[in-house]
Design a protein around this ligand. Structure first.
Ligand SMILES: *Cc1c(COP(=O)(O)O)cnc(C)c1O
Length: 421
């Protein structure tokens, strides 16, 4: 592979083209392993950023793709429809929290967040309350890289200052403090409550990642906190947008993280694992109330419609992925991953330089005192046959659910060796 060309001409996520970090050439992937050009296999501890739940080269998914390809790879969704989209949307309505009944298919996670925000704004406009046009988001939150989504990310890690003049100034509550297993007291929700009490006339919605804050800090928080937010949204007439792009499809131990709190949002975003890591596809679901509100408004329609909306290949492989997930023992697998990560990462709790070790579902996080040297840590892990991508002070694993006990042992063992030094 022409790595020189790559280094000088191709942007990678959050990369420099002056001082590019190393990129490793991958030739193929199978099971839980990605294979370097030189033939070495690396256990993928990232599931290609939360998405490859079933690992790689999955026969069921490949079959769905090739069968759909024989019929049609794509057709416009304006004025036309097809079976893969109908089957998928039916399935999503069935498995997501019960009040969500209407589905918008989008191309990527960030776009599904844009769609969610537009839904909330158009809903209040159609109610004659266009002053409700701000959002309340959480510190340490992450919702994507496009402008609307970026404006709801943590102001510091989301680098708001770089784009300050172009970003809608939203409201931010402190990151939830009570941990996953802790109750949420009045004081834990006090600042968020005050922000809502003071600004509800300007607020269209609260947007948050339920229970697991992902890219903004890999933090797990109390489901009771989420229940309290739901209550406040009801009390002050705000919509609740749950961003389950990372947590959806079982990663946190429940099919959707909202289930930990037994709540249903008004708007839900899904992405990442939706197609089992094969193609880009996302979805925004909403309630009857939101959909009908929007369509009774001035515009009479919801104002969004991407070119590749409802791509049949992506829908077909999403259907196959969901079927494969739900027909297997995913809960046991995710629970077993948590138990094993808990046990194997435990020695790091007392290691020098380690601030915290936490697990939830099929996610294991080691938080260091200081930012880690990504190149050095990555190289040391690769030497041990493991692929992880640390950021800041965090080194974390979220492997495909199909990982064997032996491979998970290698993955966690490599983390302990490299971080425990
Ligand atoms: C990854 C992510 C997004 C953005 O999705 P993209 O597909 O990268 O645009 C939004 N919200 C959350 C919670 C995510 O984890």
């Amino acid at each position: 592979m022409d790595l020189d060309f790559d280094r000088n001409h191709i942007w990678h996520p959050y990369s420099s083209l002056i001082d590019p970090p190393p990129v490793y050439p991958i030739e193929r992937a199978e099971g839980v392993r990605i294979y370097l050009e030189d033939g070495r296999g690396l256990i993928d501890g990232m599931s290609s950023w939360w998405s490859a739940l079933h690992g790689y080269k999955v026969p069921e998914l490949n079959r769905a793709l090739s069968e759909q390809m024989e019929k049609m790879s794509h057709v416009m969704f304006g004025g036309l429809t097809h079976e893969p989209a109908i089957t998928l949307c039916k399935k999503l309505v069935e498995i997501t929290p019960h009040t969500l009944t209407r589905v918008f298919l989008a191309d990527s996670g960030s776009v599904s967040v844009e769609v969610a925000i537009k839904m909330a704004l158009q809903y209040w406009q159609s109610q004659g309350r266009s002053g409700k046009n701000r959002l309340l988001a959480l510190r340490n939150g992450y919702h994507g890289d496009t402008f609307g989504a970026m404006a709801t990310c943590d102001p510091v890690t989301g680098m708001h200052h770089l784009f300050a003049s172009q970003l809608t100034p939203h409201f931010f509550a402190p990151a939830p403090q009570p941990k996953f297993s802790e109750p949420c007291g009045d004081e834990d929700i006090a600042e968020l409550r005050q922000l809502i009490e003071k600004n509800h006339n300007q607020l269209a919605a609260v947007i948050l990642e339920p229970v697991v804050q992902g890219a903004g800090g890999m933090r797990f928080y109390s489901p009771e906190y989420l229940q309290r937010v739901r209550q406040l949204c009801d009390q002050y007439d705000l919509l609740l947008i749950a961003d389950e792009i990372a947590t959806g499809f079982g990663r946190s131990g429940k099919l959707f993280a909202c289930e930990h709190a037994d709540i249903s949002p008004d708007i839900l975003t899904l992405g990442k694992a939706l197609t089992g890591g094969t193609m880009t596809l996302a979805a925004t679901l909403c309630t009857d109330r939101v959909a009908e509100g929007i369509c009774r408004g001035e515009a009479g329609v919801f104002m969004h419609g991407p070119t590749f909306m409802g791509n049949p290949l992506a829908c077909a492989v999403a259907n196959a992925s969901i079927e494969l997930l739900l027909s297997g023992p995913w809960q046991q697998r995710v629970a077993a991953i948590q138990t094993q990560l808990d046990r194997q990462l435990a020695p790091l709790r007392d290691a020098a330089g380690v601030a915290d070790v936490r697990t939830l579902g099929a996610i294991g996080v080691v938080e260091m005192d200081q930012p880690v040297d990504m190149r050095q840590v990555q190289e040391a892990l690769i030497e041990r046959g493991v692929w992880l991508r640390p950021f800041g002070r965090l080194v974390y694993a979220m492997p495909p659910y199909v990982i064997s006990e032996v491979d998970l042992g290698r993955l966690a063992g490599a983390m302990v060796e490299v971080l425990g030094r």
